[in-house]
Ligand binder design. Structure first.
Ligand code: ADP
Ligand code: MG
Ligand code: ZN
Length: 606
């Protein structure tokens, strides 16, 4: 990277400024800076004080007189301005009081020392400050040499080899297949050229966070054995208008020189946001950067073998111009892994740690629906940490099982004090969930029940693990899930005739499913297949907003309430029919604190 094309010229410029400042300081500041704090009195007053015997000590410095009064501390020095009185010594000598008097000559430095003190030292001081400031700015702004302000110094990471291959990416077979074409093209551009095929200039990887988009981009570079330029979108957005655009220009210039290569823009949504939603006049800097990016993408010659990859988890917010043909016209979805994918990802990461031979990765994958690749990698690591904590050499099944719960619900709060009464309520609550789940068809089997509190705030939980992973949810399943969520509170009501705050999370979840049924899934009585809500960012939690009149909104609320009420009644009825088992299981759970699905089913069935 050629950061300082011409550093001599600006340096000279700055040195001139420093010299100017030092000269001014020497002329005005230093002469007075040398002297102590003084109060000036006129010569007449001084003489009268001498005559009255008030003066203790007099020093003649150069052409000035410094004197100290009787009874005053030494530091009080008064100077009488410039005088030359030939009679002065006489006057002092004959004064009433005894006056110490002396003449002080200014210290004479050798010319060399003098020069060092007045010129070199201050200059070194300023240069030091300059360098310090420059470094600070560089850190703050993420690049940008202080002396060459304005010239782009993008933090572009060039990696000759990323060291990642497709083998490192598990469970993303469709995405890998889509990208294989790009790898092939980078290996052999001429073959594509000879047949007249134009490669897509860019591919956009879209998907939720942690699914391996960055990893995939690196793997593409690794597989094609070409240089990998990577930059994060947020690094383009600069403090100064125009810098971001300069960085884009720089990036593409470098890429052209190194072709064939891959340019990877991570989190492209930070610059590629739609331009019209400006609000308060928009963001000029970002817009310029985006425009520059569009220009560069149109301008460069794809035949040379520069492929642009970009990643985002908010594709819906991207500017349409970025998505039109000739730009990021390939869209590669990188979704959350399915059951087989999760198992594969666990195995890939387990290669980096020592594990027992009999680990059942399938079981772990089954108990982690909805987990991303990053979370699964984290589970393996948590498991390894736990194995170390337990003093083991290898990771065991139990380590991974506990790691899953840590990721899902946080760490165990061993020290938490829970009164016996509350412990009992929590046990009934959890058994309530479990019995309702078990007594319904179209409901996942109970895997584990625990009343050990977790750092996430959960006081206990019931884990359900489905036998196989379904991509579809029937109306019956949705309704049964709501009933299961209400089961905890139902048990509390039946046994203690009270309500506790323990059901807050259940209430939230049940409501969300019920709302989804009515507004988005077409599972309602009144609205048939009408869409009543839009989901704004599907990969980031999925905030939904209503798109209907206030009257309809009121009807939606009524229907959601109706669904939840019916489910709640169902749960109460199931528990009423199984009252004996509820008591028996709750007592067992209080005693054991954690029970497995088999233990639970064993007691429930006999
Ligand atoms: P994203 O860019 O989609 O947010 P990353 O590529 O940064 O996700 O993934 C973070 C980490 O999670 C990776 O470094 C890797 O360890 C792990 N990971 C994610 N997805 C996968 C996968 N499909 N296979 C293997 N590891 C994965
Ligand atoms: Mg990423
Ligand atoms: Zn609950």
């Amino acid at each position: 990277m050629n950061e300082q094309k011409n550093p001599k010229k600006p340096l000279l410029y700055y040195i001139t400024i420093v010299i100017l400042i030092v000269t001014l300081l020497n002329a005005f500041a230093f002469p007075t800076m040398m002297e102590e704090q003084i109060t000036e009195v006129d010569y007449g007053k001084f003489l009268s004080q001498v005559e009255n015997g008030q003066v203790k000590k007099v020093e003649v410095k150069d052409t000035k007189i410094a004197f100290t009064l009787n009874g005053e501390s030494k530091e009080n020095v008064y100077v009488t301005g410039r005088i030359d009185d030939p009679d002065l010594v006489n006057r002092l000598y004959h004064a009433k009081s005894n006056i110490e008097f002396s003449r002080v000559f200014p210290k004479e430095y050798s010319p060399l020392v003098n020069f060092l003190l007045t010129w070199i030292l201050p200059m070194a001081f300023f240069v030091g400050i300059w360098v310090l400031l420059g470094n600070l700015m560089q850190k703050k702004m993420g690049g940008g040499n202080f002396m060459t302000l304005g010239k782009s110094k993008a933090k572009i990471y060039v990696e000759a080899q990323t060291g990642k291959t497709f083998a490192d990416v598990a469970g993303q077979d469709e995405a890998k297949e889509a990208l294989t074409e790009i790898v092939d093209f980078l290996h052999n551009p001429s073959r594509y050229k000879s047949i007249g095929a134009i490669m897509p200039k860019g591919a956009l990887l879209v998907g939720p966070p942690g699914t391996g988009k960055t990893l995939l981009a690196k793997a593409v570079a690794g597989e094609s054995k070409v240089p990998f330029f990577s930059i994060s979108g947020s690094e383009f957005v600069e403090m100064f208008v125009g810098m971001g655009a300069a960085r884009v220009r720089d990036l593409f210039k470098q890429a052209q020189e190194k072709a064939p290569c891959i340019v990877f823009i991570d989190e492209i949504d930070t610059i590629g946001k739609r331009r019209d939603n400006g609000g308060l006049g928009g963001n000029d800097e970002r817009e310029q950067t985006l425009n520059q990016l569009l220009t560069e993408m149109d301008g460069f010659n794809g035949e040379k073998g520069v492929v642009i990859l970009a990643a985002t988890n908010r594709p819906e917010s991207l500017d349409r111009a970025l998505l039109r043909p000739g730009r990021f016209d390939r869209r590669v979805p990188v979704d959350l892994p399915d059951l087989a994918g999760r198992e594969a990802i666990l195995k890939v990461h387990a290669k980096n740690v020592k594990v027992e031979a009999d680990i059942d990765f399938h079981a772990i994958a089954k108990s982690t629906p909805g987990a991303s690749g990053a979370e699964l990698a984290n589970i393996i690591n948590e498991g390894a940490l736990r194995a170390v904590k337990c003093g083991r050499e290898k990771v065991m099944q139990i380590d991974l099982e506990e790691a899953v719960e840590v990721i899902l619900a946080g760490y165990q709060r061993k020290g938490a004090v829970i009164s016996p009464k509350e412990k009992q309520i929590i046990a009934y609550h959890e058994i309530g969930h479990a019995i309702v789940a078990a007594k319904q068809t179209e409901s996942a089997p109970v895997h584990k029940i625990t009343i050990i509190p977790r750092t996430s705030g959960a006081l206990g939980y019931t884990m359900q693990v489905s036998e196989e992973e379904n991509v579809l949810m029937t109306k019956g399943e949705a309704f049964n899930r709501i009933a299961t969520f209400t089961g905890g509170r139902a048990a509390e009501e039946l046994v203690f005739s009270t309500y506790t705050s323990g059901a807050s999370n259940d209430i939230e979840q049940a409501t969300r499913i019920a709302r989804g049924m009515v507004t988005r899934l077409g599972m309602s009585k009144n609205f048939d297949m009408m869409a009543l809500e839009t989901v704004s960012n599907q990969y980031l939690g999925g905030d939904a907003s209503l798109i209907c009149s206030p009257e309809t909104a009121a009807k939606i609320d009524a229907e959601v309430l109706d669904i939840i009420k019916t489910a709640h009644e169902k749960a109460i009825n199931i528990l009423k029919d199984n009252m004996n088992k509820l008591h028996e299981l709750a007592a067992y759970l209080v005693e054991k604190e954690t029970i497995t699905g088999e233990e639970f089913m064993g007691i429930l069935a006999n």
